[in-house]
Design a protein around this ligand. Structure first.
Ligand code: G
Ligand code: MN
Length: 314
C-alpha cells in the first residue's frame, strides 16, 4: 500500500507539479490509477511503463522534472530589455527577463513556467541558475558604459530570506561589479507575509548599495501602501495603466500625481509596456523620464543588445 501511495503521489507531482495528500482519498482519482496498485502488488516495472505508454502519459512541458532537466541542460537564459531615457531614447539600464530555450526549439517566457520554477522542489536550482547569470551580464554591460544598471525580478521567497540576501551581497563582494548597478524589483506577485523581515532585508540591500524598485505599480497589490511602507528608489508603472492612459484622462492624472509624489519621496518613475509614439509623448508631457517597452526595444538575448550597443544603435 505504501509503495502504491508513493508512486501515486510521485506520478501526480510529475504531471501536475504539486503533491496533495487529499487526492489519494478521492475515489474517482484512485480508480483512474488502479494500474499503480497492480504495480505496487507485483513490482513489475515493465507493466508500469507499458501502462503509462498506453495511457499516453508524457511529461507536461512545464512539470518540475522537465524544468529541472532544462536547468541541468543550461536551457534557461536571461534576456534583457532596455530601460531608456524618454528624451534621448538611449538606454540607462536593462531588465533581465528569463527565457527557456527548450530542446524542441520553442522559447518560453516566464508566464509559462514561473509558478513551477518558484515552487519548492525547483526553486533552489532555478534561483542558483538565475543569480549566477547576473554578474557576468552586468560586467559585459559595464564594459560598454559604467553607468548602466541591471534590474532583476525577485520573488516572495527571496525577499523573505536573509540567507539569499547575504549570498547576493557576498557574490558582489567577490566580483568587480558594483552593487550600485543592480536594482532588485519587487513584483506584485512577491507577496509580503512578514513585513518586518522584508523591510530589514530591503534595508540591508540598500545599505549595501543595491537599488530597490516597486514593480507593477497599479496592479492588485501594488498600490499606495507599498509606496508608503517600502523605501524604494524606483516605482515601475504597470503596462495596464499605460494602455488605459490614452482613453482615460484619470489614468494620466494619476501618473502626473505620481510624478509629483516621486519628487517629494525621492524615487524615480519608470513607465512600462510603452508600445506607441503617442504613449511616449503623453508620458513625456506627464514628466515621466524613464521608459521601457516594445517601442524602445523588446527583450532580446544579451548578445543581441551588446551588438546593438557596439553599433551605436541604442
Ligand atoms: O512584471 P514585469 O514588469 O517584470 O513584466 C515584464 C514583462 O512585460 C515581460 O514578460 C516583457 O516581455 C513584457 N513586456 C515588456 N515590454 C512590453 C510591451 O511594450 N508590451 C507588452 N505587451 N509586454 C511587454
Ligand atoms: Mn519587472
Amino acid at each position: 500500500m505504501l509503495v502504491y501511495v508513493c508512486i501515486l503521489l510521485l506520478q501526480h507531482w510529475m504531471s501536475l507539479g504539486s503533491l496533495s495528500l487529499g487526492q489519494i482519498t478521492d475515489i474517482e482519482f484512485l480508480f483512474k490509477h488502479l494500474h499503480l496498485l497492480e504495480f505496487a502488488a507485483t513490482g513489475n516495472m515493465m507493466f508500469l511503463v507499458l501502462q503509462w505508454y498506453k495511457r499516453g502519459l508524457t511529461l507536461p512541458k512545464n512539470s518540475p522534472l522537465a524544468i529541472l532537466a532544462g536547468l541541468a541542460n543550461n536551457e534557461f537564459q536571461f534576456y534583457i530589455q532596455p530601460i531608456c531615457d524618454n528624451q534621448t531614447h538611449k538606454a540607462v539600464g536593462f531588465e533581465t527577463l528569463m527565457r527557456w530555450h527548450r530542446s524542441d526549439g520553442s522559447i518560453l517566457a516566464p508566464g509559462s513556467f514561473l509558478d513551477i520554477a518558484l515552487s519548492p522542489p525547483v526553486y533552489p536550482s532555478f534561483k542558483e541558475t538565475s543569480l549566477a547569470q547576473i554578474v557576468p551580464i552586468l560586467m559585459s554591460l559595464m564594459s560598454r558604459n559604467p553607468n548602466y544598471y541591471l534590474a532583476f525580478n525577485t520573488d516572495s521567497t527571496f525577499i523573505h530570506s536573509k540567507e539569499f540576501v547575504i549570498d547576493l551581497i557576498s557574490q558582489f563582494d567577490l566580483s568587480d561589479a558594483s552593487p550600485n548597478c543592480l536594482v532588485l524589483e519587487l513584483p506584485d506577485t512577491a507577496t509580503i507575509d512578514d513585513q518586518e523581515l522584508v523591510l530589514s532585508n530591503v534595508s540591508l540591500l540598500r545599505n549595501n548599495g543595491f537599488g530597490i524598485a516597486l514593480d507593477d505599480f497599479g496592479m492588485e497589490h501594488s498600490n499606495m501602501d507599498r509606496i508608503r511602507d517600502i523605501p524604494a528608489d524606483f516605482v515601475k508603472i504597470d503596462r495596464s495603466f499605460i494602455v488605459q492612459m490614452e482613453g482615460n484622462p484619470r489614468s494620466l492624472a494619476i501618473i502626473k500625481a505620481l510624478v509629483s509624489m516621486s519628487k517629494e519621496l525621492d524615487f524615480q518613475i519608470i513607465a512600462e509596456g510603452i508600445e506607441t509614439l503617442a504613449q511616449a509623448r503623453l508620458l513625456e508631457e506627464a514628466g515621466v523620464t524613464r521608459v521601457q517597452g516594445y517601442y524602445y526595444g523588446r527583450p532580446q538575448s544579451v548578445d543581441y543588445w551588446l551588438d546593438q550597443l557596439d553599433k551605436g544603435l541604442l
